[in-house]
Ligand binder design. Structure first.
Ligand code: SF4
Ligand code: SF4
Length: 180
């Protein structure tokens, strides 16, 4: 090995670094300032959806909790009244919690929900430093409303919101079930 060999190798290495810096496209992303879009079927943190009028879609039936293979969901229901209404129909979820340390993002809860209230969204920014913080509450999961008049609970017209599942869909309406 010659005296100058290390210098030559170092120069070659630096040359390669400079070449890729100036002449190759950047493939890294400056996260968290920049975020990559997720795939359409990505399953991220759950969202508890609302109807367009702000009422909560969740009716506290706990079918999602029953379907969850890792026992990650806890639901407690209470009674709606027209004076203090959270969701259409008789009941709403007074407590709704998901333990994200247990969740395996299988989507069974989403499939089991009769009102399409629980949806796995595109939020992947989940971090916590304690077991307590890993339990996401209803307040954290509920969709944000456009303005305060849409907040729940609120007073609603008598006898209007009598059905827990306002629009029952026929599975045959879905394209994937169509038989030609
Ligand atoms: S995605 Fe699967 S594991 Fe997670 S809460 Fe829903 S059913 Fe349970
Ligand atoms: S999210 Fe859906 S399945 Fe779960 S309690 Fe609410 S309405 Fe029932």
């Amino acid at each position: 090995m010659g005296v100058f060999d290390p210098v030559i190798e170092l120069t070659k290495g630096l040359g390669e670094t400079l070449r890729s810096f100036f002449f190759e496209p950047t493939v890294t992303v400056n996260y968290p300032e920049e975020k990559q879009p997720v795939r359409p079927r990505f399953r991220g943190r759950h969202v508890l959806k609302r109807y367009d009028n702000g009422l909560e879609k969740c009716i506290g039936c706990a079918l999602c909790a029953a379907a969850c293979p890792s026992d990650a969901i806890f639901v407690e229901a209470a009674e709606n009244t027209d004076e203090k209404r959270y969701s259409p129909g008789e009941r709403y979820a007074s407590t709704y919690e998901i333990n994200m340390m247990r969740c395996i993002y299988c989507g069974f809860c989403e499939d089991a929900c009769p009102t399409e209230a629980i949806v796995l969204g595109d939020n992947y920014e989940l971090s916590f430093v304690s077991r307590e913080d890993a339990i996401y509450t209803k307040e954290q999961l509920l969709e944000v409303v456009a303005d305060e008049s849409m907040l729940t609970p609120r007073k609603t017209e008598k006898g209007v919101y009598t059905r827990s599942v306002p629009e029952m869909k026929n599975p045959a309406d879905y394209e994937r079930y169509e038989r030609k």
